[in-house]
Design a protein around this ligand. Structure first.
Ligand code: HSE
Length: 294
């Protein structure tokens, strides 16, 4: 018998919630199939990812689960990646979440979501050097999540204000999360910290009062974006084009290079086209889609 699970792409950080906020998107995602087989754990995939189970984000948590539950049977694990590698859309988290959900289904263990998240985060640590939960939590819980790393991690689904669509565009360059974390300074100016805190508070107020405008306009990342945007060719042009087309927010999706915008349903298609055109004018291949937030 075999069990297959799907986990969606996610937009981590949501501009002002570095490592703590994220939302799931309706679009690409990863499938992981788990089935009993010969002794040992084997990975089958057509993606360019490690096939050593100890270094694959989808299987690190699985190996720990097998150990914790004294499982002796072997497993064949098939990973079908729909999320481009190094795209900033939470691909490693999606594979890790889908893998552990599939295994839980196959074993019939019925673990609660916090335990599943714990296992999935082991894979995330391998991928990016830090077990940040802001992709894995929304991939597993759906919606818009606040997630605090810890033992156990703390996850809360936040209300999503009505009247906004997310526009996600992936320019075809690869940025490894590890590298995008390495460009960040260790220290930040106090006034920037205060502004970022105010923006995060504003976003949360917007979420809880169903104020789409407040929510979107709060997405001004003064801490991380200035450092990371330099890694994304065409970022400034794409942002300007998005704003001209009516975007209420524009920032980096996770650690990039994907970007996301927020717009009203009336403007969203125009914003998508404007961002795509901005990248293509610079000869950067880009693909994008619209999605509800979560
Ligand atoms: N919060 C993480 C980061 C997300 O920005 O490095 C990575 O997708």
């Amino acid at each position: 018998s075999s069990v297959t699970a799907f986990a969606p792409a996610t937009v981590a950080n949501v501009a002002v919630g570095f490592d703590i906020l994220g939302f799931a998107v309706e679009g690409p995602g990863d499938f992981v199939r788990v089935e009993f087989g010969e002794p040992g754990v084997r990975i089958h995939t057509n993606a360019d990812i490690p096939t050593d189970p100890k270094s694959n984000t989808a299987t690190v948590g699985i190996l720990r689960f097998l150990k914790d539950h004294n499982v002796e049977q072997g497993l064949d694990i098939t990973i079908e990646k729909g999320i481009p590698l190094g795209s900033g859309m939470g691909g490693s988290a999606a594979s890790a979440v889908a893998g552990i959900v599939a295994l839980d289904g196959l074993m019939g263990t019925g673990l609660d979501r916090v335990r599943l998240l714990d296992y999935a985060l082991l894979g995330e640590a391998v991928a990016s050097g830090a077990a940040h939960p802001d992709n894995a939590a929304p991939a597993l819980y759906g919606g818009l999540t606040f997630a605090r790393a810890g033992a156990p991690p703390d996850v809360v689904n936040l209300p999503v204000p009505q009247g906004l669509l997310a526009v996600i565009v992936h320019p075809d360059v690869v940025i490894r999360t590890m590298d995008a974390r390495a460009v960040l300074p260790k220290h930040f100016a106090l006034h920037d910290f205060v502004e970022q805190s105010a923006n995060l508070a504003d976003l949360l107020i917007g979420a809880y009062t169903n104020d789409a405008n407040r929510f979107a306009l709060a997405c001004q990342d003064v801490l991380i974006e200035p450092h990371r945007s330099t890694l994304i060719p065409g970022f400034a042009q794409a942002r300007d084009a998005a704003q001209l087309a009516g975007a209420l927010a524009f920032s980096i999706s996770g650690s990039g290079p994907s970007v996301f915008a927020l717009a009203t349903p009336e403007d969203a298609e125009r914003v998508l086209e404007a961002i795509l055109l901005a990248f293509r004018r610079l000869d950067i291949v880009a693909h994008g889609f619209l999605s509800p937030i979560g």
